[in-house]
Design a protein around this ligand. Sequence first.
Ligand SMILES: [Mg+2]
Length: 274
Amino acid sequence: MGVHNAVADLPAMKTNPKYIFFTDFDGTITLQDSNDTLTDNIGYGHEKRRQGNLDCLADRVSFRDSFRDMMDSVKLPYDQCMKYLVDNIKLDPGFKEFFQWSLANNIPVVVLSSGMEPIIKALLEKLVGPDASKMQVLGNYVGARPGKSINQEGGWQIEFRHPESGFGHDKSIELRKYSSLPADERPVMFYAGDGVSDLSAARETDLLFAKKGHDLISYCAREDVPFTVFEDWSNILTKCKAIVEGKATVKEAATEGYEAYKRGDAGINVAVAK
Ligand SMILES: [Mg+2]
């Protein structure tokens, strides 16, 4: 495939951006993870769900299999799940300002999620408003179980974007389409995430923002993946502005982030994380 076709396949490249911000959705753009919220309150509960996360971090189970388990424990009809989440999930307090800044500065935001696209789109529309449609969303899907419809009790199941991959949605596949562009077209790539659904993305971008006190930091510390810590999107906005305005380099931001982590500012005990 020629270069022209490679770019045509990537909507975020249409405006020839110098920077693209890729991001996780659940627990990153939102304060709560919608899938955890469903599992903890409607499915098999917090304790079992948390054990699934820890097993995934420790490589005892794939993200795909533990996540399917969680979703299988939620029997509520899909439309009621959507309503429950739209009523309960809150937006990160700094995200709207970041997003308006990104729109004004030709920095496309691309959501890469392990959640289901219909739920993500409904939440974004409610929380961000009409501009939300300017974000490309790539997630997993929902499908009906045999002989049922998704809006019946026990009627839906998660359908993975990459069913053959242990990640279910292998975020590196999309990210590599950009990182493999020729040097004069390749944008600087940012990524923000918080948890076990981000492991396939952690090594793929130029600057990784990992949420303070969450599982992605434990993983990065153990695997020596460079990252910078954020508490909310106002931290991300400050760092990105400095980079875009030429006051800091991506490399400096990453080094600074790692120093902060070593000082114990990442909300994770180094000895425990290792
Ligand atoms: Mg997340």
